[in-house]
Design a protein around this ligand. Structure first.
Ligand code: NAD
Length: 486
């Protein structure tokens, strides 16, 4: 286990760690080692969420008045702690979520980078000055904090997704109530303790552990000015309805069904590596994972041969084992959902092209699977959150673009080609918030905007980058005249 000092509590409310368990307790499992549970965690309920909101309301005004510089210094110290503890955080994340240690470590390092970047933005003015029609007058816009923000996060990036929401929320002067996914409580406690150690005043970041219904109570609380949510489409749409009905602000990052188009002029080595990484990396449990592989014309046969070899050779195992490329799915329930979707695809006539060999027994391990088929397959429309992808063949460029956009989602898309005209078309015509050229549909840098279109995000403000602060602030316009006429 870890040597990191984790507080003997679960919820963090008003600066105090609490083990209150009005909702009972829940065991956090290690998906690779079902006999070695990670721990038992107290579960809150609606009253826990309400207490946390009260603590946030009480702390927010003073935090906003502390100024950008003081807030940025807390994030800078947090960045140092994320870096120093990257190995321990990686282990926690792998224990709870299952992904490989290098994948988990990447989350820890990017969490540090996110804190450092968002702190640095404090030194870049977000204010604007406009000339006025009236002599002596200036017009100035400032960004005021939203107030109290609810942060609700999924289990698939238990370190990075929370930090990319919490860091910009804090630096812009908001107080936060954070409800992480039930599957990854220890990672959440570790993050909250880092921010506390970095000097965050009590009540500015509150953590509540518990079931989805507790998240429901949080979003319904009209003292919560905005909710930023990453998770499934159904839950996200329910949150949107609740928050907008009470005139709150909502930011959604939901599912995806991301296409990758491989053209005949692509470098086949680059394409195969990117497709396998995008489809199967992190056990396919990325919202940005490649769900459809669109092969254009004659490249199809060679691409399929190469993908079959690569997928068959993938080594599935415990994420703590250095030889493992693909860890387990997060839970037995998640595995059952993926297995059902694979069975349905077969029943609908999908051709199984490849199944990774040597997958260990265990309730959460699942062999990466590659299908071939057409758009009549459910799996080519609905997100299956696991290491499963489908190759679809098209004849030409127009057909490829039409098929890529034939989805309710619009999170990411990629193309493999050396043709600048196709690249230009991809950048303009692929209906996705993030487009990769000669790279996998997964992965993004924390200083550039991130988010989707269509059902993936709706009209939400972009996360990450300098755009991250837009959601967490209100623009106010001030007309400033001299006190006395001259
Ligand atoms: P989920 O929707 O089941 O849960 C997400 C969070 O919402 C959890 O903390 C959960 O406890 C909470 N929750 C559940 N019901 C709630 C309710 N009624 N009110 C308030 N909160 C509630 O999602 P998940 O299974 O944790 O994550 C997987 C999903 O997340 C996938 O669909 C994936 O595509 C999506 N995802 C999207 C992105 C993105 O950036 N677009 C990133 C990662 C994951």
């Amino acid at each position: 286990m870890t040597t990191m000092s984790i507080p003997a509590g679960a919820h963090l409310i008003g600066g105090d760690w609490s083990t209150a368990a009005p909702g009972g307790t829940a065991v956090s499992d290690n998906p690779a080692r079902p006999d070695e549970p990670v721990g038992e965690f107290p579960q809150g309920d609606a009253s826990t969420a309400a207490d946390a909101v009260t603590a946030a309301v009480d702390a927010q005004a003073a935090w906003a008045r502390a100024g950008f510089g003081a807030r940025a210094r807390v994030l800078e110290r947090a960045a140092v702690l994320f870096d120093e503890r990257a190995d321990e955080l990686a282990l926690l994340c792998t224990l709870e979520e299952g992904k490989t240690v290098p994948e988990s470590r990447g989350e820890a390092v990017l969490s540090a980078e996110t804190c450092r970047y968002q702190a640095g933005l404090a030194k870049v003015s977000s204010e604007r000055i406009f000339p006025s029609n009236n002599p002596g007058e200036t017009i100035r816009t400032v960004r005021a904090p939203l107030g109290v923000v609810g942060v609700i996060t999924p289990w698939n990036f238990p370190l990075l997704i929370p930090v990319w929401k919490i860091a910009p929320a804090l630096v812009t002067g908001n107080a936060v109530v954070w409800k992480p996914a039930s599957n990854t409580p220890l990672s959440a406690v570790a993050i909250a303790s880092i921010f506390t150690e970095a000097g965050l005043p009590p009540g500015v970041l509150n953590l509540v552990l518990g079931p989805g219904s507790m998240g429901g109570a949080l979003v319904a609380d009209d003292r919560v000015d905005g909710v930023t949510f990453t998770g499934s489409v159904g839950v996200g749409q329910g949150i949107r309805d609740t928050v907008t009905a009470r005139n709150g602000r909502v930011q959604l990052e939901l599912g995806g069904h991301n296409p990758c188009i491989v053209f005949g002029d692509a470098d086949i080595d680059v394409a195969v590596a990117g497709v396998v990484n995008g489809a199967m990396g992190a056990t396919g449990q990325k919202c940005t994972a490649t769900r459809r592989i669109i092969a254009v014309g004659d490249v199809h046969d060679e691409l399929v041969d190469r993908l079959v070899d690569a997928v068959t050779a993938l080594k599935v195992g415990d994420g703590q084992d250095a030889a493992t490329a693909i860890g387990p799915l997060v839970s037995a329930g998640a595995r059952a959902e993926v297995a059902d979707a694979v069975d349905q695809a077969k029943a609908e006539g999908a051709e199984t092209l490849a199944v990774a060999g040597g997958t260990p027994d265990g309730p959460c391990f699942f062999a990466p699977t590659l299908f071939a088929g057409g758009t009549d397959l459910t799996i080519t429309h609905e997100e299956v959150f696991g290491p499963v992808s489908t190759v679809l063949r098209v004849d030409d460029e127009d057909e490829a673009f039409a098929l890529a956009n034939d989805t309710d989602f619009g999170l990411t898309a990629s193309v493999y080609t050396d043709d600048p005209w196709i690249v230009d078309r991809a950048v303009h015509e692929l209906q996705a918030g993030l487009i990769k050229v000669n790279g996998p549909t997964t992965g993004s840098e924390i200083h550039a905007p991130f988010g989707g279109e269509k059902d993936s995000s709706g009209h939400a403000a972009r996360e990450q980058g300098d755009t991250a602060q837009e959601f967490f602030t209100r623009t106010r316009t001030a007309y400033i005249k001299p006190g006395r006429p001259r």
